[in-house]
Design a protein around this ligand. Structure first.
Ligand code: MNH
Length: 497
């Protein structure tokens, strides 16, 4: 996309240099966090120039909400996303808005991600948690939270997507397929950053050559699997692969081709695990720092699951953990693990800041900043307070001000999957263990494709759940208020708007 904003110069940090632009001052290892620091005082919209590439960010909640208006804005495809297209083509996440395969895959896959479809994945999620508990040490010693949550979410998504097991709990090193996939993604990301750097073309080709064997291996494994399933005959709906092989569009009769199916599976594996594992890791981090929130969360697990630490939630019970859900919502407000998404106007328009924006121009809605705008979230916006998401306190809040799963038609298709899994996992962990963080730990965040707490450990001690639910009448009352067919808001479109 062109993205020259008709030559307008938006507010930017001081110290811009000719040719390299604002590169000095960007921490290459933590670009998001350094951008957030440099944005202080620049207002709701600002830019950074990286050599010839202009990057525009929206961190003000009101302007971000405006860009979520689907009538006037659509998903843009920024260079970082574009670079992934070499690897996953026009699959759901990387497709341009007007590519036919986006609509086709979206329509075919939406039923597989509805709330009721989660019933199918629920037993898989319970099983991976059991494996996590077997993997965790039986003596109280610190465990690396991000590492273990990533093992767990990778196992869940790979089984739900194509009934494959990566043996994450049996091996210290990741499965060669996962290592190859991660290497290919890293290469894509490095290529994306080379967009306008002099000599970039040469470097990009060099990266491609160094990475070719990873791509060949991972692609080959998936192509074999797809061919094998096809050879088995009539596909069943046991997993996402089966659904993709078996379904035709109800109106056009069209199907996804095998290359596209491979791209979709890679997309689900990538989009579906680090994101959720980061959300879980941040939630556990916050709980370890807020004893009163932890106590309420544990009281809720006792109220729903009862005194047996081995009790597992039923599908219906997952919707009853209203406090755990608020803990997750609040964790994704403070550190949305996908911290930004690109938007582009459908027609030329003038923003309230006076800047003109034309189709082809794009801006990154920086949820990691907009979610902390005091104009919407108050002066204590940086504080962890799950009860912000109580219905009575959410009422009247600026629409489109909370967007951890993106917006509109291109919002996250896996939202229900992620939330069901995350609430289920939190309930089991908190019901069964007392968790203690290292008091000397200060939060450090690594930026991979997503955000993740770094070197954060918890010491786990077996917990005896409260024998009687009477110990927490408030938690019982809140859980009981949820009907058995899900939370009150569960009807309608499964995608967040
Ligand atoms: Mn998910 C799109 C965040 C879990 C599959 N996801 C998005 C977007 C955000 C996002 C933000 C929109 C990006 C954009 O507009 O450019 N996703 C998350 C978060 C979690 C998450 C914070 C967990 C927490 N996502 C999942 C899971 C899956 C998944 C789990 C799959 C099982 N996400 C997707 C896909 C898309 C997407 C596919 C692209 C949807 C589309 O464009 O049609």
């Amino acid at each position: 996309m062109r993205n020259d904003w008709g030559g307008q110069v938006l507010p930017h940090p001081t110290g811009r240099r000719p040719f390299i632009g604002d590169v000095l001052g960007t921490d290459g290892a933590r670009p998001l966090q350094s951008t957030m620091r440099r944005a202080q005082g620049l207002g709701p919209i600002f830019e950074l120039k990286v050599f010839g590439q202009k990057l525009v960010f929206v961190g003000g909640a009101h302007l971000a909400a405006l860009m979520c208006d689907e009538a006037r804005f659509a998903k843009g495809v920024a260079p970082a996303v574009d670079a992934l297209r070499d690897y996953v083509g026009d699959a759901l996440f990387t497709a341009y808005d007007d590519e036919p395969n986006w609509r086709l895959a979206h329509d075919l896959l939406l039923p597989a991600f509805s709330r009721s479809a989660m019933r199918r994945y629920h037993p898989v999620m319970l099983q991976t948690v059991r494996e996590l508990f077997d993997y965790w040490p039986s003596t109280p010693e610190p465990v690396d939270v991000a590492r273990d949550m990533t093992k767990l979410t990778l196992e869940t998504i790979s089984r739900a997507a194509f009934s494959r097991d990566f043996g994450s709990f049996e091996n210290e090193l990741p499965h060669p397929f996962v290592a190859a996939m991660v290497a290919a993604l890293k290469a894509g990301r490095r290529k994306g950053m080379l967009g306008s750097v002099p000599g970039g073309g040469l470097l990009r080709r060099r990266i491609d050559r160094a990475n070719a064997h990873h791509v060949t291996y991972a692609d080959g494994l998936l192509d074999d699997l797809i061919a094998q399933r096809r050879a088995e005959g009539e596909p069943d709906e046991r997993d996402l692969l089966g659904i993709m092989l078996g379904s035709a569009h109800p109106v056009s009769g069209q199907r996804l081709d095998d290359l596209n199916i491979r791209h979709q599976i890679l997309t689900f594996l990538v989009a579906g695990h680090e994101t959720t594992s980061g959300a879980l890791s941040f939630a556990l981090y916050h709980l370890s720092r807020h004893p009163e929130a932890l106590a309420r969360a544990q009281a809720e697990t006792d109220a729903v699951l009862g005194p047996d630490p081995d009790a597992e939630p039923t599908f219906e019970q997952v919707a009853k953990f209203r406090y755990l859900r608020r803990v997750l919502d609040e964790s994704l407000r403070l550190w949305p693990t996908v911290p930004a998404f690109p938007r582009t106007p459908r027609e030329e328009l003038t923003l309230p800041t006076g800047h003109r924006m034309r189709p082809g121009d794009w801006a990154l809605v920086l949820t990691a900043m907009a979610h902390r705008d005091p104009a919407v979230w108050g002066e204590d916006a940086d504080e962890f307070d799950p009860d912000r998401f109580l219905p009575e306190r959410s009422h009247g809040r600026l629409p489109h001000s909370y967007k951890p799963f993106g917006t509109g038609e291109r919002a996250c298709i896996g939202r229900q999957f992620a939330l069901h899994e995350a609430v289920l996992v939190l309930s089991r962990v908190l019901h069964r263990y007392d968790i203690a963080g290292d008091p000397d730990y200060t939060l450090q965040i690594t930026e991979r494709l997503t955000l993740m707490p770094e070197r954060f450990t918890l010491t786990l001690r077996p917990r005896i759940p409260a024998a009687s639910a009477a110990s927490s009448p408030a938690a019982v009352a809140e859980a009981d208020a949820v009907p058995d067919d899900g939370p009150p808001s569960s009807g309608g479109c499964p995608v967040a708007h």
